[in-house]
Write a protein that binds this ligand. Structure first.
Ligand code: ATP
Length: 306
């Protein structure tokens, strides 16, 4: 059996609009391995929500095949949905009930033991605020309660569609820490986002889409590359620059240090050492995901207001 928790192949979704057919998702392959947090990254309108809605049986694909936890969906969705949690839209909670009461009602409704309520609240760091009314929660706490609600059934796969949308930096950090913790404790999380830094900080692997197309997929580290340039900090940058240039390296200034194009930093270190120059720092200069993304989409915008 495949160890992919999500496997979609050749996925396509067309919407009929008054202005004709709009292709929201086009021949998309999405493969999410078991364990950890997988980023699903793309600018606004690139097809993330539509893809997630298809996976969850909320929209019908025009073409393509999909499987969740090894089961073909939508055909086997009823068999598998109990093992999948999702926050796609804000769930409705009773504003005058506490977080704990809201989850207890939900646990009763879906038939899971009520001791899961405290466990779920713990997972999202809401134990100390469990007896506060929902309407007194911050947006970040409301979003964490939504995640806690999906945890009641202890899902193997959790799908979160832009969970930090509309949150302030503190709220974003709360959700980010929650997601990271969940990924570390064995749940596979698909995290859709248009915020590159969010994905870079939390996800080990990611799929990047643009205009409904697959642009890149794999380990985030591989996408960022392993660095063909190094930042070198020395006491005498002028001399170090001349020594390295004489040795055939391309050297430029980089944030108060030297940037040396090379793939063998130990050679650079040796050459400097032989010239009596000791580097206090030698570190790879890596592009961030934003640079990678902009190169892939050649000018699409990301991270802007919705
Ligand atoms: N019901 C619909 N009818 C017509 N077009 C739609 C419908 N739903 C989505 N679309 C279009 O499909 C495209 C993809 O939208 P989708 O919401 O999947 O993108 P997204 O990546 O989730 O964007 P965002 O980050 O803004 O949520 C957009 O052009 C959108 O306008």
């Amino acid at each position: 059996m495949s160890d992919l928790v999500i496997e979609a192949t050749g996925l396509r979704k067309e919407f009929r609009t008054r202005r004709g057919v709009r292709v929201a998702v086009d021949n998309l392959d999405l493969r999410v391995p078991a364990g950890g947090v997988h980023g699903f990254l793309g600018p606004n309108g690139s097809g993330k929500t539509t893809t997630i809605r298809m996976l969850l049986g909320l929209a019908r694909p025009t073409k393509g095949t999909m499987a969740l936890l090894g089961e073909p969906v939508p055909r086997r969705l009823p068999a598998v949905i109990g093992r999948v949690g999702a926050v796609v839209e804000s769930p409705k909670f009773g504003p005058s009930f506490t977080g704990r009461q809201n989850l207890t009602l939900l646990a009763d409704a879906i038939g899971v033991p009520t001791d899961r309520v405290e466990w779920s609240l713990q997972q999202v760091g809401l134990m100390d605020r469990r007896n506060d009314r929902y309407k007194a929660y911050s947006l970040g706490m409301k979003q964490r309660l939504a995640i806690a609600a999906t945890l009641l059934k202890k899902p193997e796969l959790l799908i979160l569609d832009e969970p930090t949308n509309g949150l302030d930096p503190a709220g974003i950090r709360e959700i980010r820490d929650t997601i990271r913790r969940l990924g570390e404790t064995g749940t596979t999380v698909l995290l859709s986002s248009h915020i590159l830094a969010e994905v870079q900080q939390v996800c080990a692997s990611a799929t990047i889409i643009g205009n409904g197309h697959l642009l890149a997929t794999g380990k985030v580290d591989d996408m960022l590359g392993h660095g063909s340039a190094y930042r070198v900090v020395v006491d005498s940058p002028g001399l170090a620059g001349r020594v390295l240039t004489a040795a055939g390296y391309t050297v430029t200034g980089h944030s108060g240090a030297l940037k040396v194009e090379c793939s063998h930093p130990e050679e650079v270190n040796r050459i400097l050492g032989e010239a009596g120059i000791w580097a206090s720092e030698l570190s790879p200069v890596r592009p961030d995901l934003e640079t990678v993304f902009l190169e892939l989409t050649a000018g699409d915008t990301l991270g802007g207001p919705r």
